[in-house]
Design a protein around this ligand. Sequence first.
Ligand code: NAG
Ligand code: NAG
Ligand code: NAG
Ligand code: NAG
Length: 450
Amino acid sequence: MKTFILSSLALAVASLLPGGVSAHPAHHKPGHGNNVDKEAFIKVNDDGTGFTRYGQPYMIRGANYWQGINLGADDCNGGDRERMEREVKQMAAMGINNVRVMAASEGPDDQRFRMRPSLMPKPGVYREPIFEGLDYLLDAIDRNNMTAVMTMNNFWHWSGGFSQYVAWIIGNQTIPYPEGDFGWDEFTQYSARFYNDTEVAPKAQQMFKDHIKTVITRKNTVNGKVYGEDPTIMSWQLANEPQEGPAEWFVDIGSYMKELAPNHLVSAGLESKEDHYDFLRAHDNDVIDYATCHLWVENRGVYDPSDVNTFQPSIDYGLSFLANTSTWASELGKPLIMEEFGMARDAFLKPYDLAFKLNPDTPTSHKDEFYGTLFDKIVDYAKEGKFTGSNFWAYAGEGRSTDNPNQYGMVWLGDPPHENRGWYSVYDKDTTVQVIKDYNAKLKALEESQ
Ligand SMILES: *[C@@H]1O[C@H](CO)[C@@H](O)[C@H](O)[C@H]1NC(C)=O
Ligand SMILES: *[C@@H]1O[C@H](CO)[C@@H](O)[C@H](O)[C@H]1NC(C)=O
Ligand SMILES: *[C@@H]1O[C@H](CO)[C@@H](O)[C@H](O)[C@H]1NC(C)=O
Ligand SMILES: *[C@@H]1O[C@H](CO)[C@@H](O)[C@H](O)[C@H]1NC(C)=O
């Protein structure tokens, strides 16, 4: 079932890029109009150590806000537009200038663990009210002088993602979700068929490209801007955490995005948790403009929030991870963003009490120190041009894990629907907010001193 050569993909790459891979594929502007302010687009600086906007250094003082697409929808469609507006303002007040959001979600909506309603309930079929949620979100981001990373697919199932594309192609909706009899390995192998199974991949990639084209050529119903020409968008991200994807896949999909949106950056969305080889497979090409890394100490078995003795090793692990990834990115000559990381609330105060761990009233002293230590290190590396910032996971704003689900069974937090509500959410009243503000102020001062 699993074969590793994507001959049709390779052919597609070859035909797309005559004469080899080009950093600047043929310009093809979607929509209309040529009066785009090129200076407003985020660019990689000349030596590859960071970004610029309007010709000035631009550091990533970021948050994850994947749920914004659904929160931006009207209330009949499970959104809360006023709340989204307030939360974007709250983030701006924290000094945040960049949010990483979902620009995709796949149905059918009877599947558990998913964002609902989905943007694309069936291949090529879009739910306009959810697209409008994204329109409103992008407009709010723009009005607050922030930029967005647009995540276009997902290795994991919480938005549908690769596993749903596989299910559509093979015509069997029974997905081996990682629960009960099925582990993460089985799910990972299933999901990876999206780009690794020769009987699935060609069709899946065409379907994915159709989605990419639909989003990039969309005209925002709130402000009339074509997405592919909107400098509010910092980058098109291939997917959230693609696991061990073929090197050709990053080039093929990234090139397609650049062809449709030549002024935008493209990113892979890699966790960079494996090794140097895995890092290079995604990032060592001419289309992925910058590198990403995600740091998950509990999920990787380093941190046990019920056991205080695992805290210092988690800090050490985090610092080692920053050291490794920043070295790899510098060697490659590309900017680096740690675009996901999080830590649970102080579960050690009542070990092995899950409700306490997830309760919004439980303090966050470990998280605050973990964030603070990593933030300081990122600022140090940023001074040397070895890091450009981060997006913490994830801003839940006014939501609480104890809220009642909406009519679609959703509680919009920083925790996606396949994870325990309250695990990693950062709330507007958390002490963590001050830690984030302090860090953002340091990065801003550094940005202005350059
Ligand atoms: C918006 O951000 C840019 C940096 O990207 C900055 O130069 C500008 O002053 C900001 N504008 C406002 C109104 O805050
Ligand atoms: C669908 O997939 C499941 C799980 O792999 C399998 O048990 C079932 O037989 C499949 N159904 C069909 C109609 O092939
Ligand atoms: C996908 O295929 C590549 C070879 O192209 C292989 O290295 C990788 O491990 C596979 N990924 C998964 C998740 O199985
Ligand atoms: C960083 O790299 C070193 C040397 O290869 C390795 O021993 C260490 O485990 C890596 N750190 C992390 C967090 O992966």
